[in-house]
Design a protein around this ligand. Structure first.
Ligand SMILES: Cc1ncc(COP(=O)(O)O)c(C=O)c1O
Length: 383
């Protein structure tokens, strides 16, 4: 699949819609347009059935039980709800939120914002140079003052995959709740909320070839009664998230996750092979670079690298329109802030400036990878 004249290597910023997802969504837009909460008439009932089926499929894919998935507008909203609802409900001395130092901005900013509103404090768990949680530091930070721990499953900039079951168990030993931002996870690991022992988990459809503006918050049934919702309104979704649920987006999300699950093993092997081809191509072209983060525990489509003595933003600029990549998370690149993720790994300012994320995906192929190497080599020689 070609995207204009660009080779697209920015799949962790967002993914294109899979044509099979579009087909499912088109049918739903056409036939199930009725309000799924208008269940007095047959058309509303049919839309509700589609929405419920999509929810049940998603629950099945992530090992959740019935009614544990709440549809949201994306992972940003799901993350905000997870943090705000715990802080609204937290009583007594449990007024500390632990977040990893490499969380997405929507966890970071939501944690500081709601902590300030509800008289809590935020502490950041340091990571090792691989991006993996520093377990000794984490253990030392856990106490009976912690109400919530937030650690992402897979990092959006460096792709690091955390040991979520272990981290969740450590939080539970101190009586804290555990939330996991799994927006980047489906293409990299099999999500299993039961095995992972998470209390809450966030998902985003547009990272898995599904529609933008759609996501979900998994929340354990037992918790739902004790945590207030973030959005007030007509009481849809059992009052956990008011607002008319967009049926077609739910259908697209469920289909996207189904495809991701169905192809997981082959897709991860393919991405690993393509990434290796990219690494070897860059080496053979004589380009001086080094890799950021963990090579072992990494999203198979992620390659975050620093090019010696190069300003990666300038490199991306000179490569336009031939190659789409990015220097950090999408919102960071708009604001041109140094990546807090790379800084947390201990990288110097020069190393951060020289770093670029190449993220490969479902529609990447060998010829695109070979061409990308040529484009990067040409861009570097121009600089
Ligand atoms: C790890 C992570 N969390 C949250 C988000 C936000 O997701 P959404 O765009 O669905 O709000 C993203 C996407 O940029 C992400 O990569």
């Amino acid at each position: 699949m070609q995207f204009g004249s660009s080779i697209y290597l920015d799949y962790q910023a967002t993914t294109p819609l899979d044509p099979r997802v579009i087909d499912k969504m088109s049918a739903s837009y056409e036939l199930s347009f009725a309000n799924p909460h208008s269940t007095q008439h047959l058309l509303g009932q049919e839309a509700a059935r589609e929405m419920d089926q999509a929810r049940a499929e998603i629950e099945n894919f992530i090992g959740a039980e019935a009614e544990e998935v709440i549809f949201t507008s994306g992972a940003t909203e799901a993350n905000n709800q997870a943090i705000a609802s715990v802080l609204m409900a937290s009583k007594g001395q449990r007024k500390t939120v632990l977040i990893s130092a490499i969380e997405h901005k929507c966890i970071k900013n939501a944690a500081y914002f709601y902590a300030d509103k509800f008289g809590a404090v935020v502490q950041e768990i340091p990571v090792l140079s691989t991006g993996l949680i520093d377990l000794d530091a984490y253990q030392a930070m856990l106490s009976d003052k912690v109400c919530l721990v937030c650690v992402m499953a897979v990092n959006n900039e460096i792709g690091t995959i955390q040991d979520i079951p272990l981290l969740a168990e450590m939080a539970h030993q101190q009586g804290a709740l555990f939330h996991c931002d799994a927006a980047q996870a489906p293409e990299a690991v099999d999500i299993d909320t039961r095995h992972w022992q998470v209390d809450m988990l966030s998902l985003s459809a547009h990272k898995v070839y599904g529609p933008k503006g759609m996501g979900a918050l998994f929340m354990k049934n037992l918790l739902q009664a004790s945590l207030p919702p973030l959005i007030q309104g007509g009481g849809q979704q059992a009052g956990m998230r008011s607002g008319t649920v967009p049926t077609a987006l739910c259908v697209g999300f469920a289909e996207a996750l189904r495809l991701s699950r169905e192809q997981a093993i082959a897709s991860r092997a393919r991405l690993t092979m393509l990434r290796q081809r990219l690494i070897e191509g860059l080496e053979q072209a004589g380009i001086a670079f080094s890799r950021n983060g963990s090579a072992e525990f990494c999203h198979p489509g992620n390659l975050n690298i620093q090019f010696e003595g190069i300003d990666a933003s300038q490199l991306i600029e000179v490569m336009q329109p031939d190659l789409a990549a990015s220097t950090g998370s999408a919102c960071n690149s708009e604001m041109v802030l140094p990546s807090h993720v790379l800084k947390a790994l201990g990288l110097s300012d020069e190393a951060v400036t020289a770093s670029m994320r190449l993220s490969l995906g479902r529609f990447s192929d060998e010829s695109q990878i070979d061409r990308a190497v040529e484009v990067i080599a040409k861009g570097i020689s121009q600089l």
